[in-house]
Ligand binder design. Structure first.
Ligand code: NAD
Ligand code: UFG
Length: 342
């Protein structure tokens, strides 16, 4: 079975390509490397001892997508490609809407043309906005608080409309909570360009000395220790969530929605302490103002995915911190540490 992975060179995409190859899927990657590099794919192939096909191509250029579908008989698409920095999406919304929405339109229209109607879409817990209660189930009300989140919400709605219009489509909307960690080999991991926006890469760069100190955004939330609580999920568990989704996607048409989280919430301070234990280093931090747009707490009820897909996260917070540290210590400058960035 041949899977097209858009954004396959990125953080979650590369880990998913690795698990797909391990499960003997044929993998074709389309990525414009706007937030990644080819080295991640080289390493995925080295780790698995298997090869994948890849196209350096942009979803904004329809003919490039067309070429991929002409060259390969694709059975299903896992669509990771997109821009994802929340803050940047507020500053340059048009770029976000253009890339995420137009890119998805182009992809869907080429899929339709080639009669490929199986797609897994990377959605996000951000579509739940500020939830009234916790844990979050898939039927909670949806809202968007920034252009990034709105692009996810709109794409979810477009995919629902598509199925209403044509019952041959099979669509999985996977709402990720907070992906962290790295493959246990330490060969692939998260490699943010410039200043990290997210907590884990920030903490790990403080641990290596690349950044001087973590700012903890708010110490007065209504949470056990006053700092924000999130549902951190190991990226390998998340990748396996996609592997478990594929058989259902292929076997039955319709739209299915799953939370991919662990169901556990950890605070920023708990993350810092756990990372200190894993790395045996002290993380300097200071509690500062709340970050605009942040919510106090967010964690999933992941029971639907367990019941219907037979998937659940198995890796602990300790695994997440150890694997992040292993990747960061081996690759202090990310993929540029050992190889020229391509
Ligand atoms: P990432 O930036 O590492 O990966 C995205 C990949 O898409 C990159 O390799 C980038 O080069 C590529 N890309 C972007 N625009 C493209 C275009 N127009 N054409 C071709 N390739 C393009 O991000 P990630 O963390 O791996 O996230 C993957 C998906 O999961 C994204 O859609 C993201 O919004 C979603 N998501 C991520 C998180 C998270 O915290 N990491 C949480 C929820 C949802
Ligand atoms: N935090 C800090 N300091 C930092 C970075 C983050 O204290 O330097 C705190 C935040 O305030 C929050 C927690 O750490 O309490 C997690 O923040 P992240 O930025 O790592 O993650 P978010 O929960 O804000 O958002 C992430 C992705 C979104 C996605 C969402 C839900 O960035 O794209 O998870 O999946 F929508």
């Amino acid at each position: 079975m041949k899977i097209l992975v858009t954004g396959g060179a990125g953080y979650i995409g590369s880990h998913t390509c690795l698990e797909l190859l391990k499960e003997n899927y044929d993998v074709v990657v389309l990525d414009n490397f706007s937030n990644s590099c080819k080295e991640s794919l080289n390493r995925v192939q080295n780790i698995t001892g298997k090869t994948l096909s890849f196209y350096e191509a942009d979803l904004l250029e329809r003919p490039s997508i067309h070429q991929v579908f002409k060259d390969h008989t694709i059975d299903a698409v896992i669509h990771f490609a997109g821009l994802k920095a929340v803050g940047e999406s507020v500053t340059i919304p048009l770029k976000y809407y253009h890339n995420n929405l137009t890119g998805t339109f182009n992809l869907l229209s080429v899929m339709d043309e080639f009669n490929v109607k199986n797609i897994v879409f990377s959605s996000s817990a951000t579509v739940y906005g500020n939830p009234a209660t916790l844990p979050i189930t898939e039927d909670f009300p949806l809202s968007a608080t920034n252009p990034y989140g709105r692009s996810k919400l709109v794409i979810e709605e477009i995919l629902q409309d598509l199925y209403k219009s044509d019952k041959d489509w099979s669509i999985a909307l996977l709402r990720y909570f907070n992906p962290v960690g790295a493959h246990e080999s330490g060969e692939i991991g998260e490699d943010p360009q410039g200043m990290p926006n997210n907590l884990m890469p920030y903490i790990s760069q403080v641990a290596t000395g690349r950044l001087p100190r973590l700012s903890i955004f708010g110490g007065d939330y209504d949470t056990p220790d006053g700092t924000g609580v999130r549902d951190y999920i190991h990226v390998t568990d998340l990748a396996l969530g996609h592997i478990h989704t594929l058989p259902k996607l292929i076997s039955k048409t319709g739209v299915v929605i799953y939370n991919l989280g662990t169901g556990n919430g950890f605070s920023v301070l708990e993350m810092v302490k756990s990372f200190e234990r894993a790395s045996d280093r002290q993380i300097a931090y200071k509690i500062t103002e709340r970050r605009p747009g942040d919510i106090a707490a967010c964690f999933a009820d992941p029971s639907k995915a367990k019941k219907e897909l037979g998937w659940e996260a198995t890796k602990s917070l300790e695994n997440m911190c150890q694997d992040t540290w292993n990747w960061q210590a081996k690759n202090p400058m990310g993929y540029r540490t050992h190889s020229k960035k391509e």
